[in-house]
Design a protein around this ligand. Structure first.
Ligand SMILES: C[S@@+](CC[C@H](N)C(=O)[O-])C[C@H]1O[C@@H](n2cnc3c(N)ncnc32)[C@H](O)[C@@H]1O
Length: 244
């Protein structure tokens, strides 16, 4: 998570103080799962993720042009991705799901302004066990939620449950740098001029993220044969299709 969050940052201060390293690689340090504070949600929604969100939507449109009829976005946050996708794919129906009422209030306000309520809806729900029908989606999306989950299998089991046989999947998330110093270096280079709280939160998100190798292991344990690629030094992408 990259939004500025005073409360969450305070909660994590003890964790920030110690980063455990094994075999030269920093271990994962969890950050809070649901972004349920109003200030936290507002700060996240104010941050400008337009470039990465637009790139994600463009890639989804290009990669899965035939799978856009009924789409779910897990951990939709303030709804920017669902709204962008709806503008670009005008016959698509999209359901955004998030466990944070504060995030969903922002998402619904944005949806109202966008005038897209007939094609996009937002549902409050926490994975696992979101109140959506099994096998009801052609495409399952999730951006920047995986690193919030203490147990990553929560995402992969929900992806498998919600996608219809043969559904497409596209998950993008941060990837954890090898060391704390590398995480600090990325934060300074990418968001050096941002508010200090935003930078702290970005750092904590990098430390909570998985490596591409760890995600491959998760998928193997889940019996899912998706492709994991390192998009940039700090982003990884998981793509594929559920068994038909
Ligand atoms: C960093 S935000 C990403 C929001 C959005 N996908 C984006 O890229 O802008 C992560 C979101 O995942 C939500 N989240 C985390 N764990 C969740 C869970 N188990 N169930 C539902 N939502 C969850 C948080 O509340 C938060 O809104």
């Amino acid at each position: 998570m990259k939004g500025a969050v005073a409360g969450a940052s305070r909660c994590r201060s003890a964790q920030v103080a110690r980063r455990i390293v094994h075999n030269g690689r920093m271990d994962r340090v969890l950050e809070p799962e649901i972004m349920d504070g109003e200030a936290e949600a507002a700060a996240y929604a104010r941050a400008d993720f337009s470039d990465s969100n637009q790139a994600y939507v463009a890639d989804v449109m290009k990669s899965f042009a035939d799978q856009l009829a009924n789409v779910v976005d897990l951990g939709c946050g303030p709804g920017d991705i669902a709204i962008r996708l709806s503008r670009a794919a005008t016959t698509t129906r999209i359901t955004g799901v998030d466990g944070s009422p504060a995030m969903l209030a922002i998402a619904r306000a944005a949806l109202q302004s966008a005038g897209l309520r007939s094609r996009v809806s937002f549902l409050e729900g926490r994975l696992p066990g979101v109140a959506l029908v099994d096998a009801s989606f052609d495409l399952v999306l999730s951006k920047d939620m995986l690193h919030h989950l203490p147990d990553p299998q929560v995402l992969w089991s929900e992806v498998r449950r919600l996608g219809r046989p043969g559904a497409a999947v596209c998950v993008v998330d941060l990837s954890r740098p090898a060391t704390s110093a590398a995480a600090h270096e990325i934060v300074e280079r990418v968001s050096g001029s941002e508010h200090p709280l935003l930078k702290t939160d970005f750092y904590n998100s990098l430390c909570a993220a998985f490596t591409a190798e760890e995600v491959r292991d998760q998928l193997s344990a889940a019996g899912l044969s998706f492709t994991v690629s390192q998009l940039t030094e700090r982003h990884l992408c998981v793509k594929g299709y559920l068994p038909g």
